[in-house]
Structure formats: C-alpha cells, structure tokens
Design a protein around this ligand. Structure first.
Ligand code: HEC
Ligand code: HEC
Length: 210
C-alpha cells in the first residue's frame, strides 16, 4: 500500500482520491465453479483466463479482486453496467451465486497476456506509472498499484487482453460505461487520447505476472 502515499498528492491534484474500500464477499468458490463449468467457461474459460485470440473483448477474470468482481456482477444485474451479453448471464443469479463466482475467479491464477504492438509499450508504461501531467491524466499506478495487481475495488489489470482494456477505456471516456460513479474512471479517461489508451492497454497486456 505504500505507493498510495506516494501518489496521493498527484491524485489530489487531479481532484481524485483512493478512499474507497469494500469488504470481500463471503461464500463458497467450489459452488461458483459449478456455474462456471456450465455457463461462464464458454467466454471466460474455466480458469477465468478468457478465450483470446478468438474473443479478445471477453475479459480475463482470473486473479481479479473478489470485491471488484462481486460489484461488477451486481452492477450488470442492476443495469448499472450495461452489456447485453452479461445482463443475460446474471439475470438468474442470486446474491450468493455472485459471491461464489467472484471468489472462484479471484482464486484462479492469471496467465500472461499477449502484447500486439510492442512499439507502444514504453509510452504505455510512462502513462501507467506517471500519467500525463501536462494533459491532466493521473497515474494509473496510484489506484491500480505499481504492479497493476489492484486492490479491493481497484481491479487487477495485469495481463488483460489489449482489446478488452482499450474498449473499457473508450467506454469510460464516452460515458457508455458509467458504473464507476465516485470511483474516478470517467474523469481519469476524460483527458486521454485514443493513442494513449492503446498504449497503456498494450503495456498492461505485457505486465509481468507473479
Ligand atoms: C457469451 C459470452 C459470455 C459468457 C457466457 C459470460 N460472459 Fe462475462 N463477460 C462477457 C463480456 C463480453 C464481458 C465484457 C462486457 C463489457 O464490455 O462491459 C463480460 C464481463 C464480465 C465481467 C466483468 C469483468 C471485468 O473485468 O470488469 C464479469 C465479472 C463476468 N463477465 C462474469 C461472468 C460470469 C460469472 C459468467 C457466468 C455466469 C459469465 N461472465 C458468462 C461475455 C460473457
Ligand atoms: C482514482 C483511482 C483510479 C485511477 C487513478 C485509475 N483508475 Fe482505473 N479504475 C478505478 C476503479 C475504482 C475502477 C473500477 C470501476 C468500477 O467499479 O466499474 C477502475 C477500472 C478500470 C478498468 C476496467 C477494468 C475491467 O476489468 O473492466 C480499466 C481498464 C482501468 N481502470 C484502467 C486504468 C488506467 C489505464 C488508468 C490510468 C490512465 C487508471 N485506470 C487510473 C480507479 C482508478
């Protein structure tokens, strides 16, 4: 958590803070696995590592924070995060199912991602670690941690498919994804260029996993 101290001033400068916390959901990951092996595996893989290269817009879920995954499932169900595919997937899930699923995917090991355009990685790393202060883009590391492994409601981003990360940044930027109210991603992306979004997505795909 020490990097939070280093970056608080930078975030405050951008009008942001990292004060949000959430308790992890309680449940049984084995029960989550039963649902995964019947439903979710088609798009997210049974181990939550996704189905790239066929579908790079289906996210990896392995190793993401249980707090974050649980929130997303609830947001899809409540219509706060809008996605037709996922709305159908969560329609019949109970709160217990969603807790079990979040714990199951959080407990899976993320596999390394694939960098598509290595020429963008250096620029992406700079944005991730330092932001773009001239343009008012804050450092991503301030909330997603220096290693991109995340913390509670700040999701793990390391090794994610480039296309998925890029798409989410664009959707936060356009307001199409607005389930981060009070959690900053719309303002983080407000000043980003499309080129910067691609660069940081490439960097994240290649971040070393532990
Ligand atoms: C037919 C494909 C498909 C199936 C099956 C599917 N998903 Fe998804 N899932 C997606 C897509 C596409 C997205 C990205 C939605 C977006 O862009 O907002 C997604 C996103 C998610 C997210 C948000 C991830 C993040 O990093 O924010 C979670 C959590 C999730 N799915 C869980 C599940 C669970 C649990 C199941 C099984 C009950 C499931 N999905 C079944 C396609 C699928
Ligand atoms: C002030 C804190 C903060 C900063 C700074 C920040 N993020 Fe986020 N980010 C969040 C939170 C909180 C969420 C989860 C939003 C939600 O609940 O849907 C998030 C979500 C995301 C997601 C969606 C992940 C997924 O699986 O769908 C991506 C991608 C992302 N951030 C990338 C970045 C990048 C790139 C930067 C730097 C340019 C950045 N973030 C800076 C707080 C932050």
């Amino acid at each position: 958590m020490k990097q939070f101290i280093v970056t608080t001033a930078m975030l405050a400068g951008a009008g942001l803070s990292c004060a949000v916390a959430a308790a992890p959901p309680k449940g049984d990951p084995e029960k989550g696995k039963q649902i995964v092996s019947q439903v979710c595996l088609a798009c997210h893989g049974v181990d939550g590592n996704g189905t790239e290269p066929t579908n790079p817009e289906f996210p990896k879920l392995a190793g993401k924070q249980p707090e974050y995954l649980f929130k997303q499932l609830n947001d899809f169900k409540a219509g706060k995060r809008k996605n037709e595919i996922m709305a159908g997937m969560v329609a019949n899930l109970t709160p217990d199912d969603m807790a079990n699923l979040a714990l199951y995917f959080a407990g899976q090991k993320a596999r390394p991602g694939v960098v598509k355009n290595p020429a963008l990685v250096a620029q992406g790393k700079k944005i991730y670690l330092d932001g773009n202060p001239d343009a008012g883009v804050p450092a991503c590391a301030g909330c997603h941690e220096v290693d991109a492994f995340g913390y509670k409601l700040y999701p793990h981003l390391a090794g994610q498919h480039t296309e998925y990360t890029f798409l989410q940044l664009k959707r936060f930027n356009s307001g199409e994804r607005d389930n981060d109210k009070g959690l900053a991603m719309q303002s983080v992306t407000a000043k980003m260029t499309e080129q910067e979004m691609r660069a940081v997505a490439e960097y994240l795909a290649g971040v070393q996993l532990k």
